[in-house]
Write a protein that binds this ligand. Sequence first.
Ligand SMILES: [Zn+2]
Length: 253
Amino acid sequence: MIEKDLGFVLRRHNFRETSIIASLFTRKFGKISGIFKGFYTPKKEFSSSLSIGTLNEFIFYPKKRDIWLVSFADCVHDYPYLRQNLAKSKAALTFINIIERTMQPWDSNAAVFSLVKDSLDFLAKEKEDKMLYIFLIKYLTLSGLKPQFNKCLLCHDAFAGTIFFSVSKGGLLCKECQHHAPDARRISKETSSSLLYIQNNDFPFVCRLHPTRGCEKEIYHLLHSFLAYHLEFDALPKFPLGNSWKKTAIYAG
Ligand SMILES: [Zn+2]
């Protein structure tokens, strides 16, 4: 049966002389592979450039086999900062890369789809560093790993004193229980409350958080280890993403 759906372009490569095979993250069907036959011929059905990270409307034919035939593609949002701002494009391409590498094919997840869309939308006006850790915390929460940020993982007590985080156990530990996790490390109260705030609040409210730079670094470092340990993803860009010298050069050009 023929289907119409929205989807982000995750990856693409040329196929034979005139076609493209692309990995797409769609709203209804999750991650799929699609073939765009005759993409490089003057075909009016393909008005999109299919650039990585863009949101498109597609018409395709879901089949049991691996690669679906896509007969129509129209760009809905091309996120101009992808071409104009190096730091923001690094954040956006990290969202895309994580979806491409860690989502299972045909695993439909409307909440993750909305997260990608909201994150790309808000990245236009919010700081790239903040949007990256918001995306990561929410993605880990929605993808089933759900790190625990509100109480001790082992004794379930709310925190009175020092707080620890264990990457291998997947959440916070109190001073007594941290002895059960060799990798437990102390984190600040600001970091633990920021993690919990981000996990529990939706867009646009989640963007109202303004942690200190030290807290942001701690959050980022912790997420870096968490992704590597649980999702074998070790391709986060260096923090902070921005570089004022490069930004100036891009704007000047
Ligand atoms: Zn405990």
